[in-house]
Write a protein that binds this ligand. Structure first.
Ligand SMILES: [Zn+2]
Length: 241
C-alpha cells in the first residue's frame, strides 16, 4: 500500500506551517504586512521605509528562517496620519507621539494632534499583542543609518557596550536584555546594552520594549551594507535562544 504513504508525504509538503502567510496589521494609522514563515519566537520589524538595505536583509532572512516579519507600508522615513507626518519609530509612547507631531507640524492645532495621539494610545497594547508571540518573543528591529548615527550616539546612555576591532561604528547590535548582551558581546560585532530608564523615553520601539521587559535587539547597519546586515542577522539567529 504505497498510496497512503505518498499521500502522507504530499500532505507533509503542503502543511500550511511551511508556507509563508501574509496578513495586514494596523497600529492606528500605521499599517504593516506581517509575513509568517512557520513557528518560532522571532518577531522581526522593519520600520523606516527609506532604509532599503534593512528591508532587503529582512526579506531574505524571513524566506530562509522561521518567524514572523513586519514590514511597514511606506517608502519614506515618515508615515502620514490624517495628512500629518509622523516618525513611525517615535509613536510607542504618548510623549514620543506628541514630540514627533510637534517636530513636523508646529503650526497645526493641539486638538488635531490630540486625536492622533489618542488613537495610537488606544491601540498600542493591541499592536503589542499582535507583534509578540504568546509564548515569549525575541523582537528584532532592522535599521540603517546614513547621517552620522553610530554606536557613539548610544554609548553615553548605555549600561555597557563592547566595540570590536575592524568593525564600522555605524554597525552594531542594540539590545535590552542582559543575557542577550552577554552572548552578543562574544560576537565579532559591536554591541550596546540599552539602559531601560524611563527618563530616556523618546517614543522609540526600543524604549517601549525595554519598559515592557521584552527581549529586543536592533540590528543597526550603515545603509548599503547588505551582506553585513545579513551576517549579523544570521549570527543572532544561530546564537540567541
Ligand atoms: Zn531607522
Amino acid at each position: 500500500m504505497r498510496f497512503p504513504l505518498i499521500l502522507a508525504l504530499i500532505l507533509t509538503f503542503l502543511r500550511a506551517d511551511d508556507m509563508p502567510i501574509q496578513t495586514t496589521v494596523s497600529y492606528g494609522p500605521v499599517q504593516f504586512t506581517a509575513v509568517k514563515n512557520g513557528e518560532s519566537n522571532r518577531r522581526y520589524i522593519w520600520l523606516h521605509g527609506d532604509e532599503k538595505t534593512a528591508e532587503m536583509a529582512l526579506k531574505y532572512h524571513i524566506k530562509h528562517y522561521r518567524g514572523t516579519a513586519f514590514f511597514i507600508h511606506s517608502d519614506d522615513r515618515i508615515v502620514l496620519a490624517d495628512g500629518l507626518k509622523l516618525d513611525p519609530n517615535r509613536i510607542f509612547s504618548t510623549k514620543g507621539t506628541q514630540k514627533t507631531l510637534l517636530k513636523y507640524h508646529p503650526e497645526v492645532s493641539k486638538n488635531k494632534k490630540k486625536e492622533i495621539v489618542e488613537a495610537l494610545d488606544k491601540e498600542r497594547e493591541t499592536f503589542l499583542e499582535q507583534l509578540l508571540s504568546p509564548k515569549g518573543s525575541l523582537v528584532v528591529a532592522l535599521h540603517n543609518n546614513f547621517r552620522g548615527y553610530s554606536i557613539d550616539s548610544e554609548i553615553e546612555n548605555a549600561v555597557t557596550y563592547s566595540v570590536k576591532p575592524g568593525q564600522r561604528r555605524q554597525d552594531f547590535f542594540l539590545c535590552t536584555d542582559q543575557a542577550d548582551y552577554e552572548i552578543l558581546s562574544k560576537s565579532p560585532y559591536n554591541v550596546v546594552l540599552q539602559s531601560n530608564d524611563d527618563e530616556l523615553d523618546d517614543g522609540s520601539l526600543s524604549r517601549f520594549m525595554g519598559r515592557k521587559g521584552v527581549r529586543y535587539v536592533n540590528i543597526e547597519v550603515k545603509l548599503g551594507w547588505l551582506s553585513q546586515q545579513k551576517k549579523m542577522l544570521k549570527y543572532l539567529e544561530n546564537n540567541l535562544p
